[in-house]
Design a protein. Structure first.
Length: 232
C-alpha cells in the first residue's frame, strides 16, 4: 500500500512540474540574437546552407575534434578491455565455432540493404554542408551497416589493421586541415582555406566537405571496431 502511494505521489509531482511548464509555455516567434547571428553568418561567411554543419565543422570545430578524440579513446579502451575476452588458453577465439549463421532471409536482406546503406552514408557525409547530415551522422550509418553485416554473416572478420590505418590517417589529415586554416585562413579548421565556390553547389563551402569526409571515415572506422570488439 505504501509503495503504491509513493508511486502515485511521484507521478503527481511529475504531472505538476509538466503542468507548470505547459502553462508558462509561449511559442517563440523569432530567433534569439545568438541564433540569428549564426543563421546569417554561416551562409555569408562560410558559404554553407546547412547552419548546423557550419557551426560544428568551423565555428566550434575544435570541440568537434575533442569529441572525435574521446571516441578514439573509447575505441582504444574497449579494444584493450575486450581484446582477451574471446581467447582461450591456447590463444584461439573461443566464440568462432559457436556463432550460428543467420537465416537465409536475413542474409539475402543484408545483401540487398548493405550497398544501399553505404551509399546513403556517403550521401549524408558529402551533402552535410547542403542538407541535414555530416561526418558524424554518416559515420554512424556506416557502423550500422557493419553491424548488419556482422549479424547476417557472423563468420565475417573485419580488417582491423585497415580500419586502424584509415582512422589514423583521417585523424592526421583532419588536424592538418585545421593547421592549414591557421596558416592560410582565419583560424583552426577555418573552412575558407579552400574557395567557397557557388553557394548551394555540391563543390562549395570551402573545406567543410573535406572535413566532413575525414570525420565520417574516422567515426565509421572507430564505431565499427567497437562493434566488432563487443561481438568477440
Amino acid at each position: 500500500m505504501m509503495r503504491r502511494l509513493a508511486v502515485l505521489l511521484a507521478v503527481a509531482l511529475v504531472a505538476l512540474i509538466f503542468a507548470g511548464l505547459i502553462r508558462n509555455y509561449v511559442e517563440q516567434e523569432s530567433l534569439r540574437p545568438l541564433a540569428e547571428t549564426y543563421v546569417k553568418s554561416v551562409p555569408q561567411e562560410l558559404g554553407a546552407p546547412n547552419v548546423i554543419t557550419g557551426i560544428l565543422l568551423t565555428f566550434r570545430a575544435f570541440d568537434t575534434l575533442g569529441e572525435v578524440a574521446v571516441l578514439f579513446m573509447v575505441a582504444a579502451g574497449v579494444g584493450l578491455v575486450l581484446s582477451a575476452g574471446g581467447k582461450t588458453e591456447s590463444g584461439t577465439d573461443s566464440t568462432t565455432d559457436e556463432r550460428k549463421a543467420a537465416s537465409e532471409l536475413v542474409q539475402n536482406g543484408a545483401d540487398i540493404l548493405l550497398p544501399l546503406i553505404f551509399i546513403f552514408a556517403a550521401y549524408i557525409i558529402m551533402n552535410g554542408h547542403l542538407s541535414a547530415g555530416g561526418g558524424f551522422q554518416g559515420g554512424a550509418v556506416i557502423a550500422s551497416g557493419v553491424m548488419l553485416l556482422l549479424l547476417a554473416k557472423p563468420a565475417t572478420q573485419l580488417a582491423h589493421d585497415f580500419l586502424s590505418f584509415s582512422e589514423s590517417l583521417a585523424g592526421v589529415l583532419f588536424v592538418l586541415v585545421g593547421v592549414a586554416g591557421l596558416i592560410f585562413a582565419g583560424g583552426f579548421l577555418d573552412n575558407r582555406v579552400l574557395p567557397l565556390g557557388q553557394f548551394g553547389a555540391f563543390f562549395s563551402a570551402g573545406a567543410i566537405p573535406v572535413i566532413s569526409l575525414l570525420l565520417g571515415i574516422k567515426v565509421g572506422a572507430e564505431l565499427s571496431v567497437i562493434i566488432d570488439r563487443f561481438r568477440n
